[in-house]
Design a protein around this ligand. Structure first.
Ligand SMILES: Nc1ncnc2c1ncn2[C@@H]1O[C@H](COP(=O)(O)OP(=O)(O)OP(=O)(O)O)[C@@H](O)[C@H]1O
Ligand SMILES: [Mg+2]
Length: 315
């Protein structure tokens, strides 16, 4: 099976991504990973780090959507004592803490405009300017950034700096959605079932041809994350048994109109933001306010969910 560490990649679309990822891993070049939620951006980042010459050096993950706006600069670049109210002691930023190693900037699209400028300067010069310090430190950090947004579009909307986009986009690796990786579903199902069975000391269930077929024809809005969850559940609930399509979760065998055919856009258009707010509210009410479960229902990560709730002040 074609794999890069723990990442299964047997479809032609993914094989070419993995080929490029291996080449990028051998260098220090900045990598930008694109793909819908659950397509494996974080897993690919880890694989690249483990295959790089920096594998034994520090590896720090930063979720840009979770950075608190007022402290974000200090969190990335550090600060010196007295630089601002509450700065009681010097603080090493995360970039400097990763000197010699790798930093993963997840959800890079959420990075504040002013920080985008500072990150660009760092990428171009290697200079890390701690808040309140007069001279920058030179540091050597490899950046891997990821987003599930169309960054090019964010640039044209004026929400993301064009110069930073070009600087990050040296080696773009685009993980295709699972619905475009049909041939891979079988390999992933077998892999997840085998892993779950081994981990929990269970007898592996056997899937019928019809079950594989149903899994292949589903659109997987939550991508590999959703498939992995389904496999784990099946493996635990139907250990040692046969799994036919009738044993699969209902959303897979009789998907709702939204999941299967997609929304059909009315002639008069829609208010996407209002729809998003409404769906988030529905998810929260259905799960009694449980954010992780709501995020799963919406096929987004918990961090993205928190970011959106914050953005629309739904908290
Ligand atoms: N090709 C793959 N092979 C094996 N496991 C995979 C693969 N792709 C994803 N996974 C698994 O699926 C889950 C989701 O992957 P990951 O967290 O990397 O997605 P992501 O693209 O970062 O999602 P998000 O945008 O929501 O943060 C993880 O448990 C990961 O291990
Ligand atoms: Mg992720």
């Amino acid at each position: 099976m074609n794999m890069l560490n723990n990442l299964v990649g047997t479809s032609p679309a993914l094989e070419s991504v993995l080929r490029n990822a291996r080449m990028a891993a051998a260098t220090n070049v900045t990598v930008l990973i694109l793909g819908e939620t659950g397509t494996g951006k974080e897993l690919l980042t880890e694989s690249i780090q483990q295959n790089s010459q920096r594998s034994t050096q520090p590896f720090i993950k930063i979720n840009c959507a979770a950075l608190q706006e007022s402290l974000a600069e200090s969190e990335l670049f550090g600060h010196i004592k007295g630089a601002f109210t509450g700065a009681h002691a010097d603080s090493t930023g995360k970039l400097k803490a990763a000197d010699g190693g790798t930093v993963f900037l997840d959800e890079i699209d959420s990075l504040d405009m002013s920080l985008q400028g500072k990150l660009l300067r760092f990428l171009e010069s290697g200079e890390c300017q701690a808040v309140g310090k007069t001279h920058p430190d030179m540091i050597d950090v490899r950046i891997i950034a990821a987003t599930n947004c169309n960054l090019g579009e964010r640039v044209s909307q004026g929400l993301f700096r064009k110069d930073l986009y070009y600087r990050l986009n040296v080696v773009p690796l685009e993980l295709p959605p699972l619905r475009q990786r049909g041939s891979e579903i079988t390999a992933l199902v077998d892999y997840f079932i085998h892993n779950t069975a081994t981990e929990h000391h269970l007898a592996e269930p056997m899937l019928t041809k019809a079950a594989y077929k149903s899994l292949k024809s589903y659109l997987w809005p939550g991508n590999v994350r959703e498939l992995k969850n389904v496999c784990e559940r099946l493996c635990i609930l139907r250990q040692g048994q046969t799994i036919d399509s009738g044993n699969l979760p209902q959303e897979i065998t009789s998907p709702s109109a939204t999941a299967n055919q997609g929304f059909s856009l009315p002639e008069t258009g829609i208010d996407l933001e209002a729809l998003e707010i409404d769906l988030i509210r529905q998810a929260l009410s259905r799960t009694n306010g449980n954010r992780s479960k709501s995020a799963r229902l919406l096929g987004i990560s918990r961090d993205t969910m928190l970011y959106r709730m914050n953005k629309y002040q739904l908290a």
